[in-house]
Design a protein around this ligand. Structure first.
Ligand SMILES: Nc1ncnc2c1ncn2[C@@H]1O[C@H](COP(=O)(O)OP(=O)(O)OP(=O)(O)O)[C@@H](O)[C@H]1O
Ligand SMILES: [Mg+2]
Length: 644
């Protein structure tokens, strides 16, 4: 089995809190690990991207062969075709392209992708395989990515800077959205580039009869700031712009068609231009007006009562186009991952029609909350191919933006030392989580305001790492609610996964819950498709050649809440089963996985068995003349025995 050369932990999948370069942990460390733990998969990379070329809108792209790598949009271009890449494959390709001709070792890549977390190098193989497919590359005769056996990868194509501007290629952004002059909302930080993108789209709409409709999907995980961005943008729009918004609500789509559209129409009918708007709707889309409880101002009563007429999408589109001719119209549809089919069809019609319209549609959704075959996914794909939409994909905040966010929260232009790093690490750059952590620190009186006369002066009273071992209350509650809604068998799998690491293999989950591994893998795949906080990360080869998929939690907080919600007895039982399965799988090679086994036994309170595993590994190391390792293992075993 392939292992990382610098890894003192001979682990396949390190259990909870086993860092890549760390040695085996003890129970205290294990418990400490249950504080929010720095282990994000992508934030580190994203941070780099943002502080580098990613931070400028009109940046050059890296070109190789027929491809251009678009760091701003996190995608790849082949000529005019935009190819979406998931964050990690994108990050790998980006890193390789940024370092052409140089050997990039497995360790270097893993450190970039999973800082401070142990992850098998095999994950890389899976991603590189996928990249090769996309690039049309062959491992045996590489044009782009060359495998350097047992060492890493090298990007072998020549790379140049492409001067071509970003996807939204039409010039003419007249809207000063990203400038300091933007009205926006107080307290809003970061997102300069995304604001500039929205501003550019607003500018591209043109005016009057030349109006060109635009559609932007604003996407990202829960709490990343989609609503905040759109709100901030809308607040800064030029006077006279008509803004209407509608929100999708979970569960409502099934019972009420066009729920967010109705809400947006309600806004239009109470806006400053309500009279004119209602006039247009009465004339062109009376059924729509009637359905939101407004009486169309019809001079000639129609044969059928308007509220009984079917709402035709074409009527509403035409009416909205007409409305937008007087003043620019911005329609915001929020949380489309919960949208009903009728709303999505209307959105498709709005995007595809050709009539002039000064219409900008901003649609937000969480990509991970939509299943692969879901209509929204197909809709976006189709519109994207036709170049009828663009996407502003929001990524986690870099450290500097988290610092700005906290300063805004605390109304203070500077921060106590270490605070922003701590919050950034634990929130993984998610603004919602960052705010929740600051609130938690205040509630715990770790962060205290000792200012006078309304002048804040925040200080850290006790070391941040003494923060309670549980996830901050508010954050945990949010995640807990989300988990509560899941089916019991999905919860069971996730809980079992949380006993391992941010990455967990199906075989270990199967062992923990006492099920067949193939069945568990199928269930985990289904789970990864439907849940936004778990994804499939690749496959690994087990001794004997069997393959087993593994999965990652998108955010450490989920793993932690799932870990905490299990009773101690249940956790112990599952830890023991994982340790025993390790011994079974690695029969004859138990020493290779002894540290892992020990951690699981230790977590289960089975200290004798933990020590035995370590002693066996020590004896094995001594046979190989690895005296230092043997001594270390024996010392560790002795510590555990002392507690037994
Ligand atoms: N750029 C920002 N500046 C200041 N605060 C922000 C920013 N982005 C997000 N926030 C804050 O983070 C929290 C979550 O943001 P928001 O509600 O916009 O997330 P979201 O992506 O819309 O989440 P959901 O998918 O759950 O709707 C809010 O309290 C918001 O004020
Ligand atoms: Mg939102």
């Amino acid at each position: 089995m392939q292992r990382r050369s610098d890894c003192r932990l001979p682990a396949r999948f390190a259990p909870v809190n086993q860092k890549r370069t760390g040695s085996s942990s003890n129970l205290r460390q294990l418990n400490n690990s249950l504080t929010v733990q720095p282990s994000n998969v992508d934030s580190h990379l994203i941070q780099e991207k943002r502080s580098g070329i990613f931070a400028r809108l009109s940046d050059v792209m890296k070109q190789f062969d027929a491809f251009r790598l678009d760091s701003s949009n996190g995608c790849l271009w082949r000529g005019g075709e935009q190819i979406d890449l998931p964050p990690k494959p994108f990050a790998i390709l980006n890193f390789l392209v940024e370092n052409p001709g140089r050997l990039i070792t497995h360790d270097e890549l893993l450190d970039k992708l999973w800082p401070e977390t142990f992850v098998q190098p095999q994950v890389l193989r899976t991603y590189v395989l996928g990249l090769r497919k996309i690039l049309g590359d062959e491992a045996g005769n590489p044009r782009f990515i060359q495998t350097m056996p047992k060492r890493g990868y090298r990007f072998v194509a020549s790379v140049t800077d492409s001067e071509e501007p970003l996807s939204a290629s039409t010039p003419g952004a007249t809207y000063p959205s990203a400038s300091a002059a933007h009205g926006g909302s107080p307290g809003f930080v970061n997102r300069t580039q995304e604001l500039a993108l929205l501003g550019a789209e607003f500018g591209r709409m043109g005016q009057g009869k030349q109006g060109k409709r635009r559609l932007v999907f604003v996407t990202g995980e829960a709490g990343i700031g989609k609503t905040a961005l759109v709100d901030h943008f809308c607040r800064g729009l030029p006077a006279g712009t008509i803004v209407a918004r509608g929100e999708c609500v979970p569960g409502v789509g099934a019972s009420e068609e066009y729920y967010p559209v109705n809400e947006a129409l309600g806004h239009l009918c109470t806006s400053a231009a309500a009279e004119e708007i209602c006039g247009v709707l009465s004339r062109m889309a009376p059924a729509w007006l009637a359905h939101i409880g407004r009486q169309p101002q019809s001079e000639q009563p129609s044969a059928t009562q308007p509220h009984l007429q079917a709402r035709m999408p074409g009527d509403l589109c035409a009416a909205l186009e007409e409305i937008s001719r007087a003043e620019p119209l911005v329609l915001v549809f929020e949380d489309l991952h919960w949208a009903d089919a009728a709303t999505l069809n209307l959105l498709a019609a709005l995007a595809r029609r050709r009539a002039p319209a000064n219409l900008l549609v901003l649609a937000t959704y969480r990509p991970r909350s939509i299943a692969p075959g879901a209509p929204l996914r197909a809709l976006k794909h189709d519109l994207r191919i036709r170049k009828l939409c663009i996407e502003a994909a929001l990524e986690p905040f870099p450290k500097s933006a988290v610092a700005s966010l906290i300063m805004e929260e605390l109304h203070q232009p500077s921060l106590p030392r270490g605070l922003s790093e701590f919050v950034h690490r634990h929130s993984e750059g998610n603004p919602l989580f960052a705010i929740a952590i600051v609130e938690h620190l205040i509630a715990q009186q770790i962060l205290i305001n000792s200012g006078h006369n309304g002048d804040p002066q925040w200080e850290i009273r006790s070391p941040l790492d003494t923060m309670g071992s549980e996830v901050p209350g508010k954050l945990a509650e949010m995640v807990e609610l989300e988990i509560e809604r899941l089916d019991p068998d999905v919860k069971e799998l996730l809980e079992a996964g949380s006993l391992l690491n941010i990455a967990f293999p199906a075989w270990a989950v199967a062992a923990a819950v006492g099920c067949d591994a193939a069945e568990v893998e199928e269930r985990c795949d289904a789970m990864a498709r439907s849940l936004h906080f778990v994804e499939r990360a690749g496959e690994d080869e087990l001794p004997g050649g069997a393959r087993s998929a593994f999965y990652v939690f998108s955010h450490e907080v989920y793993r932690e809440v799932l870990y905490q919600r299990q009773s101690a007895a249940r956790r112990a039982q599952r830890h023991v089963r994982i340790a025993e399965r390790l011994a079974q799988l690695f029969k004859g090679r138990e020493a290779d996985v002894a540290r892992e086994m020990a951690v699981h036994f230790e977590a289960a309170g089975e200290l004798k068995r933990a020590a035995q595993a370590l002693r066996a590994a020590a004896a094995h190391a001594a046979e190989r003349n690895a005296q230092f390792e043997a001594a270390e293992l024996n010392a560790r075993a002795a510590q555990i025995e002392a507690r037994a």
